[in-house]
Ligand binder design. Sequence first.
Ligand code: UDP
Length: 254
Amino acid sequence: MARRRQLYEGKAKILFEGPEPGTLVQYFKDDASSDNGTKTGVITGKGVLNNRISEYLMMRLGEIGIPTHFVRRLNMREQLIREVEIIPLEVVVRNVAAGSLSTRLGINEGTRLPRSIIEYYFKNPTLNHPLVSEEHITCFGWAGTADLDDMVALTLRINDFLSGLLLGVGITLVDFKLEFGRLWENDEMRIILADEISPDNCRLWDSKTQEKMDKDRFRRDLGKVEEGYQEVARRLGILPEAGMRDLKGPETMQ
Ligand code: UDP
């Protein structure tokens, strides 16, 4: 059987050519690295869990009308996605101060923000993904003002919906990173959600104890890294226990 053509390999994912034109296969690895790449390692089972968590969240978002690149999950580590032209921005949303916001501005981690903040980072590993403003984005043509309006509108809806969904299972959505892509259909361009939504690119804290259930357990050597990812999947009712067919709905926390 012919091997699929690999198009891209990143830190946590591999992209292969898809079965039909306009599709790709996204493969989730167990490899982990801190965002500046100084720490690398393996989180056993992370790829399987992120594939499942991202599928679940993208499907729920699809149900409220958010366009996403997700088509369907193919197996434990792979999903079929639509090929898009990735906009070279990391769109970060923050509800609670943490990470680089806290260090940059001296705001204590855990401080609830009076309103959600959207930040943009230029997707460029050589430059270490610098923080940029709308002025830089439009000046250098990474996205136009109409594209930015679409991204902001989608991002705010995604944040509200995911914050509520996660709070229902006892998880605070502290912050997260989104990526968007351009999808061309008959000369019409639409901006759709791409990449993944998982504990690799979200800060997820237990709403009662503030315990971290995301990649910060790895970045900050907090231990029980696998357990954090598993707990997110368990609370969403999608932990593959007796195989992937055993899928329950989310459990509601009182
Ligand atoms: N994030 C990400 N990829 C990056 C940088 C950040 O997914 O290259 C996510 C990160 O997981 C967190 C949010 O974006 O949920 C905000 O990250 P922050 O700017 O605080 O940077 P960090 O402290 O992670 O370096």
